[in-house]
Design a protein around this ligand. Sequence first.
Ligand code: FAD
Length: 260
Amino acid sequence: MLLLYACFVSLIIFDDVVAYNFPYEGIQLSDSDVANNPDIAFGKLPGGVNAHCKTFPGDSNWPSVDRWNVLNASLEGALLRVVPPAAACYSGIYEDATKCALVRQGSRSTNFVKGVFHPVYALINSFRNTGHDYLGRNTRGGALKVYVHRLKAFEYLPSTKIGNYQGKAARVGAALEQYELFPHMEENNITMLAPGSSTVGAYGGYMQGGGFSYITSKFGLMADQVLALEVVTADGRFVHADPENNKDLFWTVRGGGPSE
Ligand SMILES: Cc1cc2nc3c(=O)[nH]c(=O)nc-3n(C[C@H](O)[C@H](O)[C@H](O)COP(=O)(O)OP(=O)(O)OC[C@H]3O[C@@H](n4cnc5c(N)ncnc54)[C@H](O)[C@@H]3O)c2cc1C
């Protein structure tokens, strides 16, 4: 078995033609989306918005159903309106004793609890992969949740060259969990760093905060294994970062993240 100095995700660019790693990376906010929807823009807030105040459901300036529908169209229908399962246990329109009993039963399962038990968590997330952040930094009041948990793609690369590295690597989706890496390792006869717990994401908060593995004493941190990144920046752009392109972003993501 060889250590795989894995890339997070690599992007190949030939003569200005961008080849995406995985098909879902091709679904991006476009200039025509922005032109068709005054609610969204690249790189700046729309005029008249006080950045210190956040809008919540029920506020007068909360977007109408029509405006949500336009946003949803620009996202190719990916927008979900979440009703947290645990809402069944709280007084209100979703209160339901039967569903609440199921929620209480599910609360004994780690997989259930980490994602959905507390209604507030499901309502106000800003960015969520597996939901293992000890300090709840995947939550923000008055924010949309960007849910990357389904980005599970994996591709083994027997030979690749990025920066000074040449050798085996892999393209990986941001949401692969520890237990999902082992079948890929076995199939390709390789070793990759992974978190100690089965459902922690290997390339989300773990990688961004360094990432200690059982084999770190021998092979180093997860952040050291990354060869290249595809990143959606806060201004809405999809960019490539590696040792030679967007160097500052490449350096920042690998350790500037939220881990413990
Ligand atoms: C049971 C358990 C075991 C653990 N074991 C280990 C271990 O062995 N080694 C170790 O080093 N750490 C370990 N940790 C800590 C773990 O690495 C961190 O909690 C990490 O932040 C979890 O990341 P996540 O993506 O799985 O979870 P999430 O809570 O979904 O994300 C964590 C943070 O990263 C952000 N984030 C996630 N994905 C992305 C993304 N694609 N882009 C931008 N931001 C993103 C989220 O907004 C959030 O703030 C463990 C934690 C738990 C709860």
